[in-house]
Design a binder for this molecule. Sequence first.
Ligand SMILES: Cc1cc2nc3c(=O)[nH]c(=O)nc-3n(C[C@H](O)[C@H](O)[C@H](O)COP(=O)(O)OP(=O)(O)OC[C@H]3O[C@@H](n4cnc5c(N)ncnc54)[C@H](O)[C@@H]3O)c2cc1C
Length: 281
Amino acid sequence: MKFADFVIAETLESARAELKRLGPSGMPVAGGTCFQYLSDRPDITAVDISRIGLRGIRHEGNDFHIGANTTLTDMVRYQAEGWVLGEIATLIPTHQIRNISTAAGNIARLFPWSELPLGLLVLDGTVTVQNDHTRSLSAREFFAARAAKSLEPGDLITRITVNAVTPPTGFGYRKENVTNSAFALVSAAAALTIRDGTITRARVAVGSALPVPTPLPALEQALEGAPADAASFSKPVAEAAAEVRWKGREGMSDEYAARIAPIIISDALEEALRRAQGDEA
Ligand SMILES: Cc1cc2nc3c(=O)[nH]c(=O)nc-3n(C[C@H](O)[C@H](O)[C@H](O)COP(=O)(O)OP(=O)(O)OC[C@H]3O[C@@H](n4cnc5c(N)ncnc54)[C@H](O)[C@@H]3O)c2cc1C
């Protein structure tokens, strides 16, 4: 995508003021990696927000607060008990992209292959947006509103928050790709909470073989109340997968995507179950 002009902002306030002034002809740029996938808009001025701070991860109580400009590499390197988003970030190709792509950039404009949204959808994520006020939206509301389309000029994501995940809750993430640097064919994230041998809470989201990362509420409902046993997964996963219109990518057919999707979802659920039961990843 070609830009008409480029402005470097030094503070959140100046970035927001510039974007408000530009209106629909302004666009925030963080890592700048998505623009090769957008068609040319020679009327657009890019407002570089990479120097306005908002970088780093803070652990507070049961939450991790991730600054908008935190890079995927920062997320891979960060370590704390219950921190699992780094497990998704480390699988996003490549080193070079992880070094510059930011947390907010990965969730603000959704592509079929966007991976952090899957984590946010299963970890009760919230997204904080700064406009003239500060508003926090649950990840499910945020993604349902197709963020890049719903944010007004001057609105900036400043922070993402996710839960720490420790037993009796477990997290699992799986993706299938042809090569390490390829987009995933199917990706799935799951979080399960178990008590007294029963799944009490289930969160599942899938991506890549769909237009955007998508939660599977019918599967979540079917799993809640089921025995905490991998044998409980196959029927509800098969039923939920049969309701989805899978889209083949990277040269693979729709039928192939439909075949592997239930396997990838089950793998993510099995990992989440093992970890909910106290097994390490
Ligand atoms: C070759 C290649 C392969 C890739 N493969 C994958 C993959 O397999 N999985 C995956 O998850 N990602 C992948 N990515 C990365 C992904 O497609 C995005 O390009 C990236 O996550 C965007 O992050 P960024 O910081 O570069 O954001 P930018 O490209 O700078 O911005 C992305 C969008 O977010 C907006 N934006 C940025 N920051 C904010 C903010 N704070 N508030 C509001 N809006 C904001 C921008 O205006 C823009 O619309 C790949 C990228 C490339 C180039």
